[in-house]
Write a protein that binds this ligand. Structure first.
Ligand SMILES: C[S@@+](CC[C@H](N)C(=O)[O-])C[C@H]1O[C@@H](n2cnc3c(N)ncnc32)[C@H](O)[C@@H]1O
Length: 213
């Protein structure tokens, strides 16, 4: 198949623009998850990187750690790839996948940090079970984090924050240590929430060595 045909097929299948399809085809060989980082550095996994604003800015400010960004939405993957090229970042890799699958595939204790910034809120009560931050998710994250590693969740839905807080507070291997946003920048997504009167809640939990008594 010619390159143009491949791009047109990609666009039809995934509803991406030609520019995004071109960026993905051109840049995945440079920033895709299969490309080695070329060093042994602490690894941050970000689930749902969206358009990649926070991913790229935080990676640029934190060059001693590597980042694996996971996003299911193809246009977001394309947008992040373009940012990585613009900023010439070498410490970020991107994969279009379900973050849970990527997390499951990681070895125990292999992650320095897991980030989930503004996960899909599933605001209707009957959809709350679809939210990411379930007890099973916390179990998985706790296992994949190194001792002392962190989980950072940010959401601007009150009920989501309450649910996540209750999961993290009661998890035997996680200690909810903070509610500060740290180096997390305001993304366009967060700004839209602020404009609509929602305020962000940050929850930071640390992986304990043994179950909390
Ligand atoms: C509300 S957006 C927030 C994006 C970004 N984190 C930000 O703060 O601007 C949530 C993102 O998570 C992605 N997402 C939802 N479930 C996912 C999953 N299981 N794995 C990877 N990405 C997921 C969505 O496609 C969407 O881009």
């Amino acid at each position: 198949m010619e390159r143009g045909d491949a791009i047109r097929t990609y666009k039809a299948r995934r509803r991406v623009t030609v520019g995004q399809a071109e960026a993905i085809e051109r840049l995945l060989p440079r920033f895709g998850a299969d490309v080695p980082y070329g060093r042994d550095a602490p690894l941050v996994l970000e689930i749902g990187s969206g358009m990649g604003e926070a991913t790229a800015a935080m990676a640029a400010a934190d060059p001693d750690r590597d980042v694996l960004a996971v996003e299911v939405h193809t246009p977001g993957v394309g947008a992040l790839l373009r940012r990585l090229e613009e900023l010439a970042l070498t410490n970020v890799r991107v994969v279009e996948a379900d973050g849970l699958d990527v997390l499951r595939a990681r070895p125990s204790g292999s992650l320095d940090e897991v980030r989930v910034f503004f996960p899909d809120p599933w605001p209707k009560a009957r959809h709350h079970k679809r939210r990411l931050t379930t007890p099973a998710f916390a179990d998985l994250v706790a296992d994949r984090l190194r001792v002392g590693g962190r989980l950072h969740v940010a959401t601007d839905w009150e009920s989501y924050a309450e649910q996540a807080r209750s999961v993290l507070e009661t998890h035997p291997l996680l200690d909810l240590v903070g509610t500060g946003r740290g180096a997390r920048p305001v993304t366009r997504f967060e700004q839209q929430g602020l404009d609509a009167g929602r305020r962000p809640h940050d929850l930071v939990a640390v992986r304990l060595r043994t179950a909390a008594g």
